[in-house]
Design a binder for this molecule. Structure first.
Ligand code: BTN
Length: 256
């Protein structure tokens, strides 16, 4: 893959395309820790990650050359670090905007920031923040989208790809360009304080919102109904008429 630039954008204007890397998030983080400046909006993409990382220290497995695995550098110093979830919302709806255009409105956001189609995971986001004092210096936005992969290891359950959904093979660069454009639009809106609009859009696309479902909470299963997400990003769940709030390590969806 060649290094490339997308005109008219700052997100994706500078793209560093790598054949193979441990993790694009690690690559970006190492670069920044060596004080090597990179312009905001820089994208590191890899054809193959041999130690791709997901949430909860999980591995992110992706067949080389088939999918999008990239990390994007943002500098959200205009936001207080305690507002981290707002960036999470902006990036999630930006990705959902693009994927829903391709495969339809059955494409949802599974709290906090997975992209789902039906009951299967299509993509994930791993945001890692670097603070300096009280300033939110950098956000490394790692994004993995299953695009053209049609076979997954047995061990990975509830997974899908754009190609499995539509039987179409996609041009990875074209989707990357659309994602960069969409993230830029949503990021500019975030800078302009469109918090309420973003929140409403996030909630309106939330997987299993308002429905009764089983959740695993502190080791036992309970039935609850998602009623919202608070400012800290905790999931609000109505359990037998009582609203309970959970951080993302405290609750898991029970998937069929
Ligand atoms: C998740 O759903 O668990 C988050 C997955 C994030 C995967 C992407 S792929 C590009 C970037 N580099 C990584 O090592 N992880 C993220």
């Amino acid at each position: 893959m060649q290094n490339n630039t997308f005109s008219g954008l700052f997100v994706g204007k500078n793209v560093i395309a790598l054949q193979q890397v441990d993790s694009t998030n690690n690559y970006l983080k190492n670069h920044l820790s060596k004080s090597e400046p990179l312009p905001e909006g820089t994208v590191i993409m890899a054809e193959e990650q041999f130690a791709g990382r997901g949430q909860f220290s999980n591995r992110w497995l992706s067949q080389p050359g088939k999918n999008l695995t990239f990390s994007l550098l943002l500098c959200p110093s205009f936001l207080n670090p305690d507002k981290q979830f707002l960036l999470n919302i902006a990036v999630s709806i930006a990705i959902n905007d693009v994927l829903a255009r391709i495969i339809g409105c059955n494409c949802k956001i599974k709290w906090p920031n997975d992209i789902f189609f039906g009951d299967n995971k299509l993509g994930g986001i791993l945001i890692e923040n670097i603070l300096r004092g009280k300033e939110w210096k950098y956000a490394i936005i790692g994004i993995g989208i299953n695009v053209n992969q049609t076979e997954f290891p047995e061990s990975i359950k509830n997974v899908t790809s754009l190609k499995l959904i539509s039987s179409v093979s996609y041009d990875l660069s074209a989707i990357l360009r659309e994602l960069c454009q969409s993230i830029q639009e949503r990021y500019i809106q975030l800078r302009e304080n469109h918090f309420e609009q973003h929140y409403q859009e996030y909630i309106s696309r939330l997987y299993r919102f308002g429905e009764q479902h089983r959740f695993k909470i502190k080791g036992s299963e309970k039935t609850g109904r998602i009623t919202g997400v608070d400012e800290e990003g905790r999931l609000n769940l109505d359990v037998n008429g009582e609203i309970c709030r959970y951080g993302f390590k405290e609750i898991a969806y029970v998937l069929s």
